[in-house]
Design a protein around this ligand. Structure first.
Ligand SMILES: [Zn+2]
Length: 114
């Protein structure tokens, strides 16, 4: 999508909804005088968020580096598992165990192995 395009209220853009934790079409609720989107609303949960270019359909391409069990992860980090795909660290259980939320469910992985 060309980010220099002129938008108007009511247009639809794809954006990750942090409340739904899902990417979906959002409705533009306000635009700047230059025609760039300033706020979008999620039709599912009704939340209105500041539009951030780059959090749209290319977001997944920038997600975490490949999972490395020798690396030390922290809560909130993202990783790319060869089997389970993209995941986000939701909790550090023990120094070398963590819970990671993948697309289908949470899995416990090891990390920080030296
Ligand atoms: Zn939502």
């Amino acid at each position: 999508m060309d980010e220099k395009a002129i938008y108007k209220v009511g247009d639809r853009v794809d954006q990750m909804c942090v409340t739904c934790n899902e990417e979906r079409g959002h409705v533009v609720v306000s635009v700047s005088k230059k025609g760039s989107i300033t706020r979008v609303g999620c039709p599912m949960c009704g939340s209105r968020v500041v539009y951030r270019a780059g959090t749209t359909r290319h977001a997944s391409a920038k997600l975490g580096a490949p999972y490395d069990r020798g690396r030390t992860y922290r809560k909130g980090q993202t990783l790319l598992h060869p089997t389970f795909g993209e995941g986000e660290v939701t909790a550090i259980i023990e120094p070398q165990k963590m819970d990671v939320l993948f697309a289908d469910r949470v899995r416990r992985l090891i990390h920080a192995l030296s």
